[in-house]
Design a protein around this ligand. Structure first.
Ligand SMILES: [Zn+2]
Length: 96
């Protein structure tokens, strides 16, 4: 059940839309890995180490080692949520 819901949310939430919303200051291009601007997972003051993938939703910071494979992982890490809580938040935020 939870896995079905997770699959549904990953289908429904477009990573490009998601990161444009979460990282409004980043200059995100069309697809693949992008410079994500300042890393939201450490006290970042110089852009360049945080990357997001607008196709898969994966993210990685080369300065603080924050990393995850999709928008659910990003939501969990950013807000300190458990998996099911992150699903609920994404569903709420994206009207699913
Ligand atoms: Zn970082």
């Amino acid at each position: 059940m939870t896995k079905l819901r997770a699959d549904y949310i990953k289908e429904a939430v477009n990573p490009a839309d998601f990161y444009r919303h979460e990282l409004p200051d980043a200059r995100l291009k069309q697809s693949g890995w992008n410079d994500g601007g300042l890393c939201p997972f450490h006290a970042d003051n110089k852009p360049g180490s945080f990357r997001v993938n607008l196709q898969t939703g994966a993210y990685r910071c080369f300065a603080c080692d924050a990393a995850g494979g999709d928008v659910i992982a990003f939501t969990m890490a950013l807000h300190g949520l458990k998996f099911v809580e992150a699903l609920a938040q994404l569903a709420r935020d994206w009207g699913l």
